[in-house]
Design a protein. Structure first.
Length: 130
């Protein structure tokens, strides 16, 4: 699910025409004693264009970055930044308190906080046989 760069393709008239490919924002995932933190780079996007969902142990970040086409008197010679819809999905660790997940969007970076549960989950234990 890593983004691919945009490419140029030759048109029939011999001119390079910009094309874009599917993309996915770069993310960092960090852990502290209190939480997991997902940071996603979303330059030139608005928070209204981004959705964060948690469902059945999966956290999904979705959105769309659009190429502005309403710019009059502007001709692009190269387009290397990717545009379009994206989805990033990650498994949520078992110790996350899903109902307390929060997200903030500032300066083109989405920060998703996944707080850990105060209850320690027992991973494995032996069941006595009677």
């Amino acid at each position: 699910m890593f983004g691919r760069p945009a490419y140029l393709r030759m048109e029939g008239n011999g001119k390079d025409m910009p094309t874009t490919t599917d993309w996915a924002p770069a993310v960092d995932i960090a852990e502290s004693p209190a939480e997991y933190l997902i940071k996603a780079e979303l330059p030139e996007m608005r928070k209204e264009d981004v959705k964060v969902k948690v469902d059945r142990g999966i956290i999904r970040i979705e959105g769309e970055r659009r190429l502005e086409k309403d710019e009059k008197n502007r001709k692009y010679h190269r387009v290397e930044r990717a545009y379009g819809s994206f989805t990033r999905a990650f498994n949520v660790p078992e110790d996350v308190e899903a109902s307390k997940v929060s997200a903030q969007f500032k300066d083109g970076v989405l920060n998703v906080h996944l707080p850990k549960s105060e209850k320690k989950m027992v991973k494995e234990f032996e069941v006595p046989v009677g």
